[in-house]
Structures are given as C-alpha cells and as structure tokens.
Write a new protein. Structure first.
Length: 564
C-alpha cells in the first residue's frame, strides 16, 4: 500500500479496536484474519472483507492472517486456493508468513472434541440430518432432546473414535455440542461439531473421514492463531453466542467477534452458489468472465486495485445491511483510470472517409496528447492520410436538430487534425447503407484550430485507414438487469434477470497503429468511447480489448443532484 494514501475514516469497528488498545485488552495487540472457504472464486463482496481485515491490521500496526476454511472437501479445490491468493495480492495486501488452513488444526479440533465429551458437553448422535432438523424446532417452538443425548462419556468417546476410524457410513452419526434444545437461539440447540464424510481432501488426502463444522472450526482456529478481533458479516451475529460458548467451555484464549454489514451491490448477484451455477451452465465464459463480479472478472475487465480499495473505503463499514449503487463502483474506476491511463483513438464501427483534396501520397505525423490530466505522459505521433475511418454514429444523412456531428454540407473538426466538410455520400446499391463519405479539408486548420476564428460544434475521433490496426472489442454491460441485488423476485429465478445484451462483440474495429504493441492487461481511454483494457486472449496477430467502463458517469450526476 502506498505510504501517502489518506487515512481511513472512523467506523464502529475501529472505535472498538481503539478502545481495546487503550484498555490494553489483548496486550494492545491487533491481529485479524481473512478466512475464505476455497469453494469458488472471490467476488467484490469479499474485497470489502479483505480491505477491512488487512486494512485494520495496517492502520493499527498489527497483523492479518490468510486462513482457508477448508472443512468441506466435497466443494473445495486447489484452483480456488490459488485464485484467492492471487486476488488478495492483486488488491495490494500480503500475509507474509501467516498462511494457515483450518485443516492444520484437524487433530487439535478432534482433541478438543474429546475434552468436551469428557466434560459432558458433547455427545455422538445417530439422528439423520433430516431428523436433526425436525428435532431442532422452529423460531417459535423449542426443540426436543435427541434420544442419544444421554449417552455416557465412555460410549461417546468410543463412538467418536470409531467415527474417526471410518466404521460408519456418511451421515450416519454426528458429534453434537450439548447446550440447550429450548434456547431461543436455534444455533445453540445442540449444534453439530463433526460429521462423517468420506471425501478426498486437497491437503490431507484420505487421512480423515470426519470433518468439523464451520462454527466449531472457526472459533478454535481464531483462538489457536491468537486473533484479537474476528470480523464477520452480519449473518454470523446469531452465531456469536456459540462462538463464545465453545471457547469458554474449552477454557482457551478468547478473541472478540464483531459483525459488520456485508456488501450488496445493485445489478449484481453475489451469492457464490449462483455464481457457480452461471459458470457451470455456460451463462458466462468462466470465473474470470468480465461480466462476473468476481475479483478475477473485474481484474480482467480492467479495474485497478486502487479503484476497488477506494470503493471499499467510500462505502465504509456499517451495522445494517443496505444495497450500494453499482454506479459508485464504476465512478471509482473512472476516477482512477482518468488520472493514469493514456488516451488513444479507436473506431469501433468504421465508416470510410476519403478526403478528395488531400494529396494521395501525403502522410503526416500529428501530435496527440497522451493524457491532459498528467502532462508528464507527454505526446505521441498519429498518422494522418487521405483515407480515414470515423464512427458510423458520427454521421447522419438527415440529421435531427440536436445532432451536431458530420452531415452533408456540414463542417466538423477531426481531433488533433483538420476541419473537414462532407461533400458526398456513397451507398450500397442493394441495401442503401452508407459505405463511404467524400469530404474536403481546410489545410489551414492543422492542429484543429481555424485561423479565421470560425467555430464548429463537434470534434470527431478517427484513424488512418492504411495505418490503423484491426482489433476485436468486447462491450460489456451489467449482467443483471434490475437494480436490486440480484436475488429471486416474485417467484422468479435469478437467471430470469440476466441481461441478454450484457456482451456485444465487435470484430472489425480499427485502432491507432501504436496499440499494436499493447500487452495483455494494458489500460487505455478510447477517446469519446470509454475505458478499455487488453484481454488475456489478445495476441500480436489478433488484438482483443474489453470495455472496462463507459465515459458516462451516473454517480457523478447523482452526487451533483444531491448538492443542489
């Protein structure tokens, strides 16, 4: 992280930590952790948690661990582990030598389970998963005790040992905490600690055939790592009494769990289950599809880590769930890219322009500014010749009143070049589609200014036909049509909300010749069109660009309206 980044705004979590430091709780240490489950790729919601956990450690001169919650081998893969590491590093954070896995603690978790059995606080239960749910009760009705709750300590120890040895079938037995089946908090109604599950684990292989549940593994892992503040999203608020119960009954080091509101983003679905569905059924090209809200997806789309961190800082940390307008995220991206990326000219839907009075054998090298926001980026040379391409949308044969771009008999400015006037239109004889414009230019207006002071109302971008490169451009839009967070509405499946026009593929675009050397990951502003980046699919033979964001800034308009 850059040393000159502005200080983070105060929030209730930082206030709690500040108080804990002042009272010398945890010896004034601050030690957080980011504990993802490696069962999919991380998304923008996880970015908020990453920035919060690592950011707090940085702000308070503490430490933050990266710990994988790998307690469900049926859904976890090494691919996900590696992608999570890459995402955290891309965001600008590092865990140094503090990389941990819940599987590091399987033996200790088992021994602690034995301790709870000996204390009469855990028992082996033979109820099926469906029966456990039935016995648990409801929000308005208490649960009832399992018929196996009264087993002796000796019998429970024997059965747990045999569970570990692999004597029982999947789902046939569980180890449950013995708490209170009449508790108003359903999480405290004898929750499952271990279940029988024969599955190959990505780290431990077939060594274990019983695996701990998250609520049990999480708090013990926090304790073993010396975490001071265990930051969780609001859905774990009702789990906090269980977090505390396990640690208190075991009599081990006790971190403090604090809950905060998760990120909900408009026009976006952030359910990992639903994202997996989109990948598996081919609705998107993969986890890193630029339409996906995954960190891999937004990275491929051209977002910068600085813009994502800035977004997370702006939305802050709250105690109540709310939905953030995706326009704010896009604003943060534009704000960052506007300062750092070079401007170039590209024509997405080419229309041929021939300048009749320009010499056929003349080639000029015109000066173009790379970024007016950063003069240190200097200028570049762009070739200008008799035959050019402009955007089809920049010409109308019969223009409406508010159309000020090129039309028959009308004069416009070409960016960095000359004034031109349309004097003729050539059409396809079969379709009547305009295929070519004949124009003249004023040689006295080189550089885009008229010596006689006459004004034009439009400036167009362009490329030289004989010198530009062909490129493929992918125009991405929101994956979800409606403004809400992308969940089911009115009985509809979330896939009914998918935008059928979330990707438009343009295969015959023309770009400045200097972009021929553009490397994957390179970011640019295509003048008047938006921000684009070079896709990993791009090769020197076939250049491919993704649209990162349009130039239209909805959020800036919203903010301007608020100030009136």
């Amino acid at each position: 992280m850059a040393a000159n980044e502005p200080p983070k705004p105060a929030d209730f979590i930082r206030e709690i930590i500040t108080e804990d430091i002042e009272t010398k709780k945890y010896e004034s240490r601050v030690h957080t952790r980011f504990p993802p489950e490696p069962n999919g790729y991380l998304h923008i919601g996880h970015a908020k948690s990453i920035c919060l956990n690592f950011g707090i450690a940085r702000d308070f001169n503490g430490q933050c661990n990266l710990r994988f919650d790998d307690t469900n081998p049926t859904k976890e893969e090494v691919e996900y582990v590696e992608s999570i590491k890459e995402d955290v590093r891309w965001l600008g954070f590092d865990w140094d030598d503090r990389l941990f896995y819940a599987s590091d603690y399987f033996e200790q978790l088992y021994q602690y389970a034995v301790l709870l059995i000996r204390k009469g606080k855990a028992y082996v239960c033979d109820l099926t998963p469906d029966e456990i749910r039935e016995y648990r009760g409801t929000l308005t009705e208490p649960g009832k005790n399992s018929p196996y709750r009264g087993r002796s300590v000796e019998e429970n120890l024997d059965l747990l040992s045999r569970m570990r040895a692999g004597e029982f079938e999947n789902g046939s037995r569980t180890l449950r905490a013995k708490i209170d089946m009449s508790s108003g908090n359903i999480n405290m109604r004898d929750p499952v600690m271990f279940r029988v599950l024969r599955a190959e684990h990505h780290r431990t292989g077939d060594k274990w055939c019983i695996y701990p549940m998250y609520d049990y593994a999480h708090c013990v892992s926090d304790s073993l790592e010396g975490i001071t503040h265990s930051l969780c999203t609001l859905e774990f608020e009702d789990h906090r009494p269980l977090y505390d119960w396990f640690l208190n009954e075991l009599g081990i080091y006790h971190p403090r769990q604090i809950e905060f509101a998760r990120l909900n983003l408009s026009n976006t679905v952030l359910s990992k289950r639903k994202l997996i569905q989109l990948v598996r059924d081919g609705s998107v090209s993969g986890w890193d599809d630029p339409r996906m809200p995954t960190i891999a997806g937004i990275r491929r789309r051209g977002y910068t880590p600085e813009s994502v961190r800035n977004f997370c800082d702006r939305i802050g940390v709250a105690k109540r769930d709310s939905t953030v307008d995706i326009a704010l995220l896009e604003y943060c991206v534009r704000e960052d890219l506007n300062k750092r990326v070079p401007r170039v000219m590209a024509v997405l839907r080419p229309l041929k322009v021939v300048i009749d009075n320009y010499p056929e054998d003349l080639l000029e090298e015109l000066d173009a500014v790379n970024n007016p926001e950063d003069p240190s980026m200097g200028t570049r040379k762009v070739p200008f010749s008799r035959v050019l391409y402009i955007e089809k949308d920049d010409f109308r044969e019969d223009p409406p009143k508010q159309f000020f771009r090129l039309a028959p008999g009308r004069e416009v400015r070409l960016r960095y070049a000359y004034y031109i006037t349309c004097v003729g239109v050539i059409k396809d004889e079969r379709t009547a589609e305009v295929t070519e414009l004949r124009c003249t230019y004023d040689p006295k207006t080189r550089g885009g200014d008229s010596p006689d002071g006459r004004k034009v109302k439009a400036t167009l971008h362009w490329v030289s036909a004989g010198h530009s490169r062909e490129a493929e451009v992918r125009l991405y839009d929101h994956l979800i049509l409606e403004a809400g967070p992308g969940e089911e509405r009115e009985g509809r499946d979330f896939k009914d909300l998918l935008n059928p026009n979330s990707l438009e593929l343009l295969e015959s675009c023309r770009i400045e010749p200097g972009l021929g050397a553009a490397l994957p990951g390179g970011r640019y502003q295509f003048e008047r069109l938006g921000y684009f980046c070079v896709d990993p699919d791009s090769t020197p033979e076939k250049l491919v660009f993704n649209r990162t964001a349009t130039l239209r800034d909805t959020w800036a308009k919203i903010e301007k309206g608020k100030k009136k």
